[in-house]
Design a protein around this ligand. Structure first.
Ligand SMILES: [Zn+2]
Length: 466
């Protein structure tokens, strides 16, 4: 059995089909895409613009509970930055229960769907009880994330984090004991989580090293080798070069800048996602781009932390792959993250249309900023998450997002400018329907679990913020 949809305008890797016919199998995989109406089967018509669901490549779901709670200074915290924010985050970590973790994640995952994301890479490091003792179920906190994703319908690439040190040559702080594993225990957790895939077909499991500050070179090599022995195709994520402080610490401790150290000592490949990669020198930009790894840019989180700005123009000119994450979830909107990236660069460089480049071989070709931003982050997100979506073509997972042509930003727009209008042209969210793996999880803006998810989140916040 299969279902055929007639989509008024269907996003394709090389343009649009208007209309496009998508046949989705019962297993949630796209069987065929065509511009010709099939004669034999009934068809459901979908008005508007059908685009692929985006994979969000970096999330710490629980940090959403901190959004809007640290936006002030005191004499004790007059110089506020990532490291002072981290103290506030740790105060929250000390109080987080498994129920809180699930409730917060469910709200964040619901919002991602509402903004057109159909999968997330969850960089998950709060594993144990406060103080560091394991839960009776060692995978308790991971299972809460799996439950939140299953409840909402979002695809989940779960990245349990190996976190063993509080800095190069430093022991963990008391709060950080909730994060800690030996490499052996870490690989056991990976095996346990892979067993959860039987009941959760949208679950992928990868590996994450917190940073080069938090694992030694030997631990990094052992974890990567162990993971590759379990799953040769596993995705590998790491925080890197988010701040100049981190770059200086790694340079002093390991003898090279962080990205250069990774290039020289573990080797980078398209399996890798380097989260942030904000502070790169010219050699690192060239090396990272040539490696095929994805740079995981988190524009609004990096902005709210005052980290610095990713060298987008130089990296893109070198052919580097990138995608976007919403990280600490000051924002969960695809459009706002991409707008921040493009418009931040416009402010810095004092010119318009930064990411799009004309094609001198085809003078009539229009390079549209919205289309380039969307398509590049779509490919980078799929590469980093390995969810199996990323394009509305045969063989890919049927992750279809319908944009409403009657929403304010899209009024009067056609396929030529619709992605510019969504990402750069308005504030109202045009996402109307969201399909993940062939299942409609949002229809006409409605998710069946939305009210209960919101209530559970509110209860968690009441407990946490006292
Ligand atoms: Zn992060």
């Amino acid at each position: 059995m299969s279902t055929i949809y007639e989509v008024e305008h269907l996003h394709q890797p090389d343009g649009w089909l208007s209309p496009g016919y998508v046949e989705v199998g019962d297993d949630g995989i796209i069987l065929s895409v065509s511009g010709t109406k099939p004669e034999t089967k009934p068809v459901e018509r979908l008005k508007g613009f059908g685009v692929p669901g985006l994979s969000n490549l970096h999330s710490h779901a629980f940090q959403r509970a901190l959004a809007g709670r640290t936006e002030f200074v005191t004499t004790a915290r007059a110089e506020d930055n990532l490291w002072t924010w981290r103290k506030e985050m740790y105060r929250m970590v000390d109080r987080l229960t498994p129920e809180d973790y699930e409730a917060i994640a469910a709200l964040v995952y619901l919002e991602m769907l509402q903004f057109g994301m159909t999968a997330v890479c969850e960089f998950h490091y709060v594993h144990h009880l406060p103080g560091g003792e394991p839960h009776a179920n060692a995978a308790e906190m991971s299972d809460r994330l799996v439950a939140a994703a299953a409840h909402t319908g979002l695809g989940l690439t779960l990245l349990p984090v190996l976190y063993a040190h509080g800095g190069i040559g430093k022991k963990l702080e008391a709060t950080q004991r909730r994060f800690a594993h030996s490499v052996d225990d870490y690989l056991k957790l990976i095996e346990t989580l892979r067993s959860r895939r039987v009941a959760n077909p949208r679950l992928r499991v990868g590996v994450a090293l917190h940073s080069l500050r938090a694992v030694t070179p030997d631990e990094a090599r052992a974890a990567l080798a162990g993971m590759k022995a379990i799953d040769p195709d596993a995705r590998l994520h790491i925080h890197v070069s988010e701040t100049t402080h981190e770059v200086a610490e790694v340079q002093a401790g390991l003898g090279a800048r962080p990205v250069q150290w990774l290039l020289d000592n573990v080797g980078l490949s398209p399996d890798w996602c380097l989260v942030h990669a904000t502070h790169l020198d010219a050699s690192e930009i060239a090396g990272l781009a040539a490696s095929g790894a994805v740079a995981g840019i988190c524009p609004l989180t990096e902005a709210t932390m005052g980290d610095g700005f990713f060298p987008l123009v130089e990296y893109d000119a070198a052919g580097g792959a990138w995608g976007i994450g919403t990280d600490s979830h000051y924002c969960t909107s695809t459009a706002e993250e991409l707008r921040m990236l493009e418009c931040g660069k416009r402010l810095e460089l004092r010119r318009r249309n930064v990411i799009a480049r004309p094609d001198s071989a085809h003078p009539e070709y229009e390079a549209h900023t919205g289309r380039v931003l969307f398509d590049t982050s779509l490919a980078g997100g799929e590469q980093a998450s390995a969810q199996g979506g990323g394009a509305l073509v045969a063989g890919r997972r049927a992750d279809l997002v319908m944009l409403d042509p009657d929403s304010n930003p899209l009024l009067g727009h056609g396929p030529r400018t619709v992605l510019d209008a969504w990402i750069l042209g308005g504030t109202q969210n045009p996402v109307r329907d969201v399909m993940v793996a062939g299942d409609w999880v949002i229809r006409d803006g409605h998710h069946p679990g939305a009210a209960s998810i919101r209530d559970a989140y509110q209860r968690a916040m009441t407990r946490l913020v006292q």
